[in-house]
Design a protein. Sequence first.
Length: 443
Amino acid sequence: MKDSPPARHRPRFPLWAQVLVGVAAGCVVGTVLGKESPLGRSEVQDQWLKTLGDLGMLVIKALRALAVPLVFFAIIDAFAKTKIPGRSFARMAGICAVNVTVAMGIGLTIMNTVRPGDSWKNQLERMAAEVGGKGPEAKKAEDPEAPGATLELLPNVSYYVPSSLAKPFVYNNLISVVLIAVMVGAALRAVREREAADTGPLETLVDSVTHVLQQMLTWVVHAVPWAVFGVVAKVVGGSGIGVFKLLWAFLATAMAGLLLHSLIWYPLVIWWRTGRSPRRFFAAGADAVITGLSTNSSLATVPVTLRCLDKMGVSPGSARLAACVGTNLNNDGITLYEAMAALFLTQALGMPLGFAAQITVVLAAIMAGAGIAGIPEAGLIVLPLVLGAAGLSPEMVAIALPLLLPVDWIIARARSGVNVLSDMTVACLLDGRSARDARSHGG
């Protein structure tokens, strides 16, 4: 996923720095007013901490509420604006599917073997009790039709075929929302191409709604550091500053998955399918990767990516198709991170996720990434939706997010670097396939 689009005016004080300030301020306030307060503890102090925690949760709640309709309209908008030849799209989609399957295999293997979330066991539930949140089973009560843990195919599939068009939006059922959006977008394109009706006004409406939702989410995202401040103050006040000592397990696990996928799989598959040496691939693409790491945006890196692909000898057509048109599919970094974060937190909550439930989380991560590629701070916006697909209640999501954000700014840059490598890998593989087809046709 493209974590943020190119901006004309970058804020002087970036969001990640604001979040770190919010974490630091929350720790100070939580220590002063909490159970370890040198001033003692009173009902007034407890009430202040509760109020701060409640205000912080309101911001996370708004973030989650706006993300679902944005995914819906963004997907329809992408169908309306993007036209790709069927054969080229099928090839690119197949390559992206293989890449994301490998990414998910790496992520699930690490999470189920190392089980880093066990280091947080009982921590989140205790914090939820102190903040006044609901337990992990609250999601079941919210949506009574949600299937329990089962390996049966039909109950899992039938749940995502909604009984009404409004139901997925009411319960924030991301996978169902994406399926509806794909159907609407495909129907809109079919009607337009057959000239059965004038779809221009509808496309204009979809585009306008998408931009309005983006603006609303931009305002909410700007309030996230304040939410982090409030929730961290409440959590530290009840659990102490030591709650952040366990963050290294999450950071190390997420970085391991991203590095394995980008530094092992990408060069290996390029060498296998195209014969390009890994050394040449990384040497020619270094400028793009460094730009992606520094700007925290693979979308803003596209001009540099295209120059690097030209240096590798990739045809302009393959380069533009992968790095520009395929922006919604080359999201291995964000997809891998979202799924690993969800499994990490379910392990911390002692929620055993079977294979079917883990695949649901993976699908939610893939669809969320494809849904709003290019939206500012997309990783932060869709993470609550993926956590919801994993079974976490909204209150638990509101508690977990501020605890992950202190290291998210590091992981976010790694995600962007992986997405840049994903763009270049897909371009190289497309170009290799086109060259083989040309030789075969010529022969």
